[in-house]
Design a protein around this ligand. Structure first.
Ligand code: NAD
Length: 500
């Protein structure tokens, strides 16, 4: 990108170049069949550029390059300390390119530029650096066997890892897989979402600049049912790290069953419960946290607290505060640094969200804030922050993941009812308990079937802790040292020790 100092984000966006070609074996390449699809921005409908429409032949070329790179040991054969240096440089390159990467995600999927910078790019760099720093500090094991032998338990890279990610946090979702997969020595073929392909392609260029050998990280853009399916069905892919909807996660397991039983790790959807008891110490803070976490990223977060369960004695007060807070998250121009809510990713998502708002109204919930499409004059896809009160847990808006700025508030009377309602969901990604009593907070946190439970807060986050779900929210965990398990095989090697 040309020098940008002093330019507005709108001017930078106008000057930004978009290269939608695949990156295979260290080179940018058009799709083998020469096909492309046009990628438009949800901000205002502008055309960003053509993107290579990868299909089976492109995926096969990428898997071949990845397998070759793995087999000759150009990356897997390097000492962990050497891989660490490359990943650290990779993270530095990401930070040096922060403005461009943030702009690509904002234009591609509509999030506010301020969060693309402060959250997405920052977390991506930290993730890559963290796994780099960790990898030369992880030891293998010796089993406590009899003296006549030595049993070593070592971790080995899986080989070729397919990574398929969604569009809501394009950089972070990719980094959560790339960090542990690359640190442990694997080669990767990454398929970004067709709705947000550009930052992943740029990321792979930065990896090359940082010294990652060609062929170790390949990126094939394209559609899910074409490039994604080809990758998940490929007989020479050893594992799939998938993040996306539960519907597609189910397919991933089928693809593995129909092909080579590759390992499948699914990070899927959620309908996270935000449980507020009548002994909550600070109802204002609970309500403001709920609104902030719900409307962040336009509500397009897998762990959005989209189902608030509130004790009937404090419900009116909470609803009043949340409804009053909601308009402060009104969508604005994502390229304006003061905007806190941007555009939904595309027209399909807009229609889905508006369909859920209609369902909430027709099923008898009470819309107390928002509920309409807005900023139509821009040509983009914006929805007001929306709050429904008087929701029954059986209603569609309480059961299904909406993936938009729509909050459902359900009232309860007793602790047992709150736990039952919270767990009455096919999902189990995250939950939150608000109570001034330590024992109740612990008791309820233990009873909730979710991968992460927050107490008296919602958004605390760090790369050091695992992230993932119970039930149909997935299996395996991203982040933390636990993620290394997904990208390594455990090998036991027995050595006989003869007596003197
Ligand atoms: P999606 O399932 O539609 O797509 C995700 C990825 O899978 C995309 O790259 C897509 O091209 C690909 N894909 C789609 N159909 C495919 C197929 N038949 N075969 C192979 N690949 C296919 O999901 P989305 O709309 O991009 O993302 C939103 C979903 O992601 C939400 O459900 C959200 O909760 C979930 N998500 C989960 C986490 C988590 O960590 N648990 C994080 C972010 C998003």
């Amino acid at each position: 990108m040309a020098a940008t100092a002093g330019m507005s984000w709108a001017d930078r966006a106008a000057a930004q170049a978009f290269d939608g070609r695949a990156l295979i074996d260290g080179e940018r390449r058009a799709a083998l069949a020469g096909e492309t699809f046009d990628k438009h921005s949800p901000i205002d409908g502008r055309l960003l550029g053509p993107v290579a429409r990868g299909r089976e032949a492109d995926v096969s070329a990428a898997v071949r390059a990845a397998r070759h790179a793995f087999a000759d040991g150009r990356w897997a054969g390097q000492a962990p300390a050497a891989r660490k240096k490359v990943l650290q440089r990779f993270a530095e390159k990401v930070l040096a390119a922060r403005d461009e990467l943030a702009l690509l995600d904002t234009l591609d999927m509509g999030k506010p530029i301020q969060y693309a910078l402060s959250v997405d790019v920052a977390a991506t760099a930290r993730t890559l650096a963290w796994y780099g720093e960790a990898i030369d500090k992880v030891y293998d094991e010796i089993a406590p066997t009899a003296a006549s032998s030595l049993a070593m338990i070592t971790r080995e890279p899986m080989g070729v890892v397919g990574v398929i990610v969604p569009w809501n946090y394009p950089l972070i979702m990719a980094a959560w897989k790339l960090g542990p997969a690359l640190a442990t020595g694997n080669s990767v073929v990454l398929k970004p979402s067709e709705k947000s392909p550009f930052s992943a392609l740029r990321l792979a260029e930065l990896a090359l600049e940082a010294g990652l050998p060609p062929g170790v990280l390949n990126v094939v853009p394209g559609f899910g049912h074409e490039a994604g399916e080809a990758l998940a069905l490929h007989m020479d892919v050893d594992a799939i790290g998938f993040t996306g909807s539960t519907r597609t996660g189910r397919r991933m397991l089928e693809y593995a069953g129909r092909s080579n039983l590759k390992r499948v790790y699914n990070e899927l959807g959620g309908k996270s419960a935000f449980v507020v008891f009548d002994d909550v110490e600070d109802i204002d803070r609970a309500a403001r946290t709920l609104a902030g976490s719900m409307f962040f990223n336009q509500g397009e977060s897998c762990n959005a607290p989209s189902r608030a369960l509130v004790h009937e004695r404090v419900a009116d007060r909470l609803v009043e505060i949340v409804a009053a807070e909601a308009p402060s998250y009104a969508p604005g121009d994502p390229l304006d640094p003061s905007t806190v809510m941007g555009a939904l990713v595309d027209e399909t998502q807009l229609r889905t969200v508006m369909g859920y708002i209609e369902a909430g109204n027709s099923e008898g919930a009470r819309c107390v804030a928002g509920g309409r499409r807005t900023r139509t004059e821009t040509g983009g896809f914006y929805v007001e922050p929306t709050v429904f009160d008087q929701v029954d847990n059986g209603m569609k808006i309480a059961r299904e993941e909406i993936f938009g700025p729509v909050l459902a508030i359900v009232r309860f009377k007793t602790e047992a009812e709150a736990i039952a309602l919270a767990n009455n969901s096919s999902y189990g990604l995250q939950a939150s308990v608000w109570s001034g009593h330590l024992s109740r907070a612990h008791r309820v946190a233990r009873a909730l079937r979710a991968g992460t439970v927050h107490v008296n807060q919602y958004d605390e986050d760090d790369i050091t802790v695992p992230f993932g779900g119970y039930k149909q929210s997935g299996n395996g965990r991203d982040k933390s040292l636990h993620a290394l398990d997904k990208y390594t095989e455990l090998k036991t090697t027995w050595l006989r020790i003869d007596p003197a």
